[in-house]
Design a protein around this ligand. Sequence first.
Ligand SMILES: [Zn+2]
Length: 324
Amino acid sequence: MTSALTDRKRRRTIVRAAAALAVIFFVSILVESATASLAERVHTYVSSEFGIFANAYLLETPDGVVAIDTTLTVSDAKAFRERLAALGRPLLAVLLTHGHPDHYNGLTQLAAEAEVPIIATEDVDRVIREWDARKEEQWKSTFGDEWPTRRTFPNRTIRHGDSVSFGGVRFTAYDLGPGESHHDAYWLADDGTSRVAFIGDLAFNGEHAYVSDGHTGSWLKNLDSAHWALAGVALIYPGHGPAGGLELLDQQRRYIEHYRESVRTLARGRTSLTDAEKGQLTEVMTTFLPKGRLTFLISNGADAVAAELAAEASPDRMLRRDER
Ligand SMILES: [Zn+2]
C-alpha cells in the first residue's frame, strides 16, 4: 500500500517535471523567435578601415527607421545614408551612444536636413560639444576632406532610464559615465516581445580598443553594470566588430585587465612609457589578441592608462583628482 502510494507520487512528480520542461521549452522557442524578429530588422553598416571600422545601425520599424550612431568619414556617412535611402522609409530619429567622432561625425550627412530628433544623454551631449573643436584640431590633418567641415550635434537630451518610442519600439537610455570615452551610454530597444542593445564602444568585439581617454578603471565597472542590466538580451550590437551575446562584455573585461596589467608592469608607477616600452606593450597586446585590427590604438593609449594607474596607486593624487 505504502509503496503503491510512493509510486503514484513519484509518477506525479515526473509528469509535473515533464510538463514544466515542456513549458520552458516552448517559452524559450517563443522568446527566440520574437528576438529574431527585432534583430532581423537591424541593418549594420561597417565603416571602412579609414573610418576605424566603426559600426552604425539602422533599425526598421513599421513607421520608419531609427539610426544608432553615424560613422566618422564623409564617404562612410554618404554610404550609410544610401543604405537608409535603399530602405525606402523615412528616418524617424538618430540615437547616439557616446561622443567620439567615429560615432557622431556622420550626423551632418545623415540628419542635418531631416529635422528629426537627434538624441543623446545630457552628459554625452555635453562631451560632444566640449570636445568637438579639439577633436577636429587633432584629426583634421589625418582625415583631410574626409573630416566633415560642419558637424551636427544632438537636438534633444534624455535622462538615464528614460525612454523614447518610435514605430512601436521603445528605446531606453542607460547612462554609464566615463569609460571608453569621457562619458558613455547605451540603448536598449524593446518591441514588447524582444530586446536588443546598442552598446557603442563599451565593447570592441575582436578589435583592439581605444583606451586613450584614460578611464579603464571605470570602464571595468561599466562592464559589470551592463552585464547585469543586459542579462536576457539576446543580441548586443557593439561600436566595432560583429554583434554577439554577453560574452562581448566578458572579452572586453579580459582585454582591459590584460592591458592594465601590462602597462602597470612596464610603467612601474611612472605616468608615461618610453617608445621602446610602447613597442613592448604592442607586442604583448597583439599576442593577446592576434587577429585584432586597429593595432595603432595600443601604443596610443599607453600614457593615458599609465597616468590613470599612477593616480589610482597614489592616495594623494587621487585626492587631488577628486578635488578638481
Ligand atoms: Zn568607436
